[in-house]
Design a binder for this molecule. Structure first.
Ligand SMILES: C[S@@+](CC[C@H](N)C(=O)[O-])C[C@H]1O[C@@H](n2cnc3c(N)ncnc32)[C@H](O)[C@@H]1O
Length: 297
């Protein structure tokens, strides 16, 4: 019965049509004139919404999926997200003494890899204390992360790394200038309304010499592979969301938001515009996602 309802939803979903028009859509915010009042508009997946509404909708999405977030990541990516995140941490290659800001850190996947990486280096030399601040706009995601951290022993006492969990908006951080030596953001930036503001804030809070590293879904530079990936994304992922998490809409948003995100080159130039230097990127799994790197010099 549940499967029939799911298939019905799938058949009646507008997503199949939407996928073909996505490339024509702009990721830029636009201004709508409405009876003398102007309100800024942006995209929430394929919908055009007011900026304020997008903020609320993104918040709702992660509020809704928090409990099943980790399970769904494994199901949707066949566990490959774990390999992407491992590669991401190997590229960061933190050393003892790193002060990391793990932005949009959610349930802690990047933070836990960071701690494991530092542990693998052996005990820190005296005076080389490392820390990580996990920052996310959604307290529900952070709460799941904190429980995981407790259960898996990622506490200061047991791992020697100072871990703090902070609820905050990547676009407007209540954090000091030049405070961190590394800034990571994994699968978070495409959910933000103003990518340029997120990048400006990343630049501000990083100390000179600090590194920005972003892992995000991206674009496959091969039309046939992109088509295959689109079929999987739009036809399978929302169904999995319905079957495993009992939620269709958040997973529909997920695949739509991926298509809306700027391609590798465009995102690279946005990072450069924020002031970062030596900006490079690396595609993972044919460009399904990409790691962008830059330095505050
Ligand atoms: C797909 S999850 C990624 C979580 C984690 N980094 C990972 O890789 O598993 C995206 C996260 O971005 C957070 N987020 C969305 N908009 C944000 C914003 N403006 N500032 C900070 N976090 C935000 C969401 O609450 C969510 O936890």
């Amino acid at each position: 019965m549940a499967l029939r309802r799911t298939l019905h939803k799938l058949a009646s979903s507008g997503s199949f049509r939407s996928v073909y028009r996505v490339r024509a859509l702009s990721t830029q915010t636009t201004t709508k004139e409405n009876e003398g009042q102007s309100s800024k508009q942006t995209h929430f997946g394929f919908q055009t919404v007011d900026e304020e509404e997008k903020w609320k909708k993104v918040h709702e999405v992660f509020e809704t999926v928090a409990e099943k977030y980790d399970l769904m990541n494994d199901a949707m990516s066949f566990g490959i997200h774990r390999i992407w995140k491992d590669i991401f941490m190997n590229r960061l290659a933190p050393t003892h003494g790193t002060k990391l800001l793990d932005m949009a850190g959610g349930t802690g996947d990047i933070t836990f890899r960071y701690i494991n990486y530092l542990k693998s280096l052996g005990p820190p030399p005296p005076g080389k204390e490392s820390s990580v601040t996990v920052c996310d706009i959604n307290q529900a995601m952070l709460d799941v992360g904190k429980v995981r951290a407790q259960r898996q022993g990622y506490t200061k006492e047991s791992c020697g790394v100072d871990v703090s969990w902070v609820c905050g908006d990547a676009e407007q951080l209540a954090l000091p200038d030049d405070a961190y030596t590394a800034y990571t953001i994994a699968f978070g930036i495409r959910n933000c309304t103003h990518i340029d503001k997120v990048l400006e804030e990343a630049y501000r809070v990083l100390a000179p010499g600090g590194r920005f590293l972003c892992l995000e879904f991206s674009h496959i530079p091969n039309d046939t592979l992109q088509w295959v990936y689109d079929q999987y994304s739009f036809q399978v992922i929302p169904v999995l969301g319905q079957l495993i998490a009992g939620q269709w809409r958040p997973y529909q948003y997920l695949v739509e938001s991926i298509r809306q995100f700027p391609n590798q080159e465009k995102f690279k130039s946005m990072i450069e515009d924020a002031g970062f230097r030596q900006v490079t990127y690396e595609n993972l799994t044919f460009g399904t996602c990409a790691i962008h790197s830059g330095f505050k010099i």
